[in-house]
Design a protein around this ligand. Structure first.
Ligand code: GRF
Length: 188
C-alpha cells in the first residue's frame, strides 16, 4: 500500500482534509506529518488523528540526508506538500522523482515562484485586476512552482482578499485529496 508523508508549515487545513480522505481509502495511507515549524497547528491535528508527526527545524532540512533516511525508514512512497514554506532539497527531489505533489493557490504559471505564498498570492491577483483565480496541483521539481501541472480549477476573484482566500480554499479542500489519490493510483 503506498504511504504518504504530508509536509506542512502552518494551520494544516489541507493536511486534515488529506488525512480524513485517506483514512477511508483501502489503497493509500497517510502515515506521517513532517513540519519545519514546531508550533505549526498541523502537529496538533496530526495527533488528533493519530498520525505520527516529526519536526525537522530549518537547519535540519539543510541536512537532507537525515530527513531522507527518516522517510526511507518509514517506507514513505509519496510526499504531499500542504502549505510547506520551505524549498525541497535536490536530494529529496531526486529520491522522490515525480512523487512529490504540491498545491498552489493561483492558476500557475501566474502568481507563482519564490516568495509567492499565502495572502501575498491573493493580493497580487487582485492588484493585477484578474477576473479569475483558482488552484493548481502540480509535481515538484527544482524550480519553485514549475513542475508539471496535474490539475487546475478556476473561481471568480470575489470582492477582496479574504473573499478570494475563502473561494480558493474551498476548491483546495474539494479537490486536493482526490487529485492526489488519482495520481498515485495511476502511477502504481
Ligand atoms: C494553501 O493555500 C495552499 O494552497 C498553499 O498553502 C496553503 C496552506 O493552507 N500551498 P493550510 O495550512 O492547509 O490551511
Amino acid at each position: 500500500m503506498p504511504k504518504i508523508a504530508i509536509f506542512a508549515s502552518g494551520v494544516g487545513s489541507n493536511a486534515v482534509q488529506l488525512i480524513k480522505y485517506f483514512k477511508k481509502s483501502a489503497n493509500i495511507s497517510v502515515v506521517l506529518v513532517v513540519s519545519n515549524n514546531k508550533n505549526a497547528g498541523v502537529l496538533q491535528l496530526a495527533q488528533k488523528h493519530f498520525i505520527e508527526s516529526k519536526v525537522f527545524l530549518n537547519e535540519e532540512f539543510e541536512k537532507a540526508f537525515s530527513l531522507l533516511d527518516f522517510l526511507k525508514a518509514k517506507g514513505i512512497d509519496y510526499i504531499v506538500l500542504a502549505g510547506f514554506l520551505r524549498k525541497i532539497s535536490p536530494l529529496l527531489i531526486e529520491a522522490f522523482h515525480d512523487r512529490i505533489i504540491n498545491i498552489h493557490p493561483s492558476l500557475l504559471p501566474k502568481f507563482g515562484g519564490k516568495g509567492m505564498y499565502g495572502r501575498k498570492v491573493h493580493e497580487a491577483v487582485l492588484q493585477n485586476k484578474e477576473q479569475e483565480s483558482g488552484i493548481s496541483i502540480h509535481l515538484v521539481n527544482e524550480e519553485f512552482d514549475q513542475g508539471k501541472i496535474l490539475f487546475q480549477e478556476k473561481c471568480k476573484v470575489g470582492k477582496d482578499v479574504p473573499d478570494l482566500m475563502r473561494r480558493v480554499q474551498e476548491l483546495e479542500h474539494k479537490h486536493y485529496a482526490q487529485v492526489v489519490n488519482e495520481y498515485i493510483l495511476r502511477k502504481q
